[in-house]
Design a protein around this ligand. Structure first.
Ligand code: BES
Ligand code: MN
Ligand code: ZN
Length: 505
């Protein structure tokens, strides 16, 4: 077992009515108006005259209020802090919760070396500001030795005072507690994704999932390679057999609902490294395939979060974990395997491995007769071709797909509904088996993968498949509350869907 932290540390988020003595910096929001920047309404938490002087100072140094712009000025007299960070919210008319979340994240990233900061962004949207600060402050330093570890003057902000009119109100406390829990879950998923693939083998991933699950009071079950073989999990065994580090299937169950409450199955792709197998990938960018367990990380973090938030719903996560390697024991193009449940699949391309492990897990998940099933995976490069690297593709049964996409857009992960055209299903036929794992053409690759998975979803289950190939891992620069590397997408989509199901069935 490794000693790396499973739950990353985040700044402490404290509601307050005014900056405390320890606060060094005040973070305020600015909007971009036709006549230059304006200070975003701070709801009485900062004096009017002080605000007017501050705005003059900000204009003098060229602040515009553009989204995520950060400008730091010495604090005007009358404020107890040393300096003010003004963070842009963009156009006031189009400001929404995720705009505040992104601004808070951008501000948090500038607060390196600050012990305590206070902010008025919380007066605009407390939950969004809290999440933005916590997520923006996340960094991954577990593998930096003293040579490059950040010094104290570059460490993430430790405490954020969230200025609000009623810091002691029950509702305030509940909102901050919920946002803290959500941010912790997102950071947990990020940490798993960021952990390098030599460390995070399937067995190590399963150990960490077990630990997270038992800490959250979940029922935990782990199938090792022998159990997988014996029970006929041919997809997971086939993908895993090229690696010296054998596969696992982890099941984490949370029972939060009374009799008759809705039940939701979560399934996440846990390929701890995807070389492509015998259908090997090109070298350029292959290191990014450390993120190929992003769906599994999100699912593990989400089921633990559902328990932490005490949601009135039953959730079972079924998480296949395998390493896709080429070797003398690897599966070959042309192999036929038998998925859990009996469907046979011709493996035309060993790099289309995600759907093979997911198919087993989906069949297992459906044995519990869930009302809903959400699976999520870094499944296809075609997702990025279709939607870019920040927009998850959402497929599935029409109604639930649209519901998941709408909720995802509402919380800023921006999942987009995509079709599963019936004619593409024909391209998955095999000359020798029930199905082939790829089509023989380049078109609609994300949709074809969804059509493959659809074959394994039981009738009557409301299903959503979220392809996060791009969105789970940020290979570019930091933006908003998203740093480089693992993003934790789609944890917030899934927890919001679970909350919606708990409330509305
Ligand atoms: N893990 C990849 C998909 C992926 C690509 C994720 C880029 C993140 C970034 C997946 O296993 C894969 O290799 N898919 C193939 C499918 C193809 C062989 C049908 C792909 O997208 O090329
Ligand atoms: Mn692959
Ligand atoms: Zn993959």
């Amino acid at each position: 077992m490794s000693t790396h932290s499973i739950r990353p540390e985040l700044p402490e988020l404290v509601p307050a009515s005014a900056p405390g003595k320890a606060a060094e910096v005040l973070v305020v929001g600015t909007t971009a108006g036709g006549d230059g920047p304006e200070l975003a309404l701070a709801d009485g938490v900062v004096d009017e005259a002080v605000l007017a002087e501050l705005l003059d100072d900000l204009i003098a140094v060229g602040a515009t209020g553009a989204a995520e712009e950060t400008v730091r000025v010495p604090a005007p007299s009358g404020l107890s802090v040393a300096s003010v960070v003004a963070v842009g919210l963009g156009d006031a008319q189009s400001l929404d919760a995720d705009g505040i979340r992104r601004a808070a994240g951008a501000a948090a990233r500038t607060l390196k070396g600050v012990g305590t900061a206070a902010t008025t962004l919380s007066a605009l949207d407390l939950g969004a500001a809290a999440e933005g600060f916590a997520l923006g402050a996340y960094t991954f330093t577990a593998f930096r030795s003293a040579k490059t570890a950040p010094a104290d003057d570059a460490a993430p902000v430790r405490t954020v005072e969230l200025l609000v009119a009623a810091p002691k109100a029950r509702e305030t406390k509940a909102t901050v507690a919920r946002s803290t829990a959500i941010a912790r879950a997102v950071a947990t998923a990020r940490e798993l994704v960021n952990t390098p693939p030599n460390i995070l083998s399937p067995a190590e991933f399963a150990d960490r999932a077990r630990q997270l699950g038992s800490d959250a009071g979940l029922k935990v079950e782990v199938l090792d390679e022998k159990a997988l073989e014996k029970s006929g999990y041919g997809g997971i065994v086939g993908v895993g057999k090229g690696s010296s580090r054998p596969p696992r299937l982890v099941r984490l169950a949370y029972s939060g609902g009374k009799r008759g409450a809705a039940s939701v199955a979560l399934v996440g792709k846990g390929v701890t490294f995807d070389t492509g197998g015998i259908s090997i990938k090109p070298a350029a960018g292959m290191e990014n395939m450390t993120s190929d367990m992003g769906g599994a990380a999100a699912v593990v973090a989400t089921v633990a979060l559902a328990a932490e938030l005490n949601l009135k719903v039953n959730v079972t996560a079924t998480v296949p974990m395998a390493e896709n390697m080429p070797s003398a024991t690897a599966q070959r193009p042309g192999d036929v395997l038998t998925q859990y449940g009996g469907t046979t699949v011709e493996v035309i391309n060993t790099d289309a491995e995600g759907r093979l492990i997911l198919a087993d897990a989906i069949v297992r998940a459906c044995e519990d007769d869930p009302d809903y099933l959400i699976d999520t995976a870094t499944l296809t490069g075609a997702q990025m071709v279709a939607l870019g690297n920040r927009t998850p593709g959402v497929m599935g049964t029409d109604e639930f797909r649209d519901r998941v996409a709408r909720i995802s857009q509402g919380i800023g992960e921006n999942g987009w509904p995509m079709p599963m055209p019936a004619e593409i299903r024909g391209d998955l036929s095999s000359k020798v088996a029930d199905l082939a794992n790829v089509t023989n053409n380049r078109w609609g690759g994300m949709l074809a993968a969804a059509l493959f998975l659809k074959e394994f979803v039981a009738d009557g289950v409301q299903w959503a498949h979220i392809d996060v190939a791009g969105p789970a891992y940020n290979t570019g620069g930091a933006w908003g509350y998203t740093g480089k590397g693992g993003t934790g997408v789609p944890v917030r989509t899934m927890i919001s869907v679970l909350e919606d199901i708990a409330a509305n069935g």
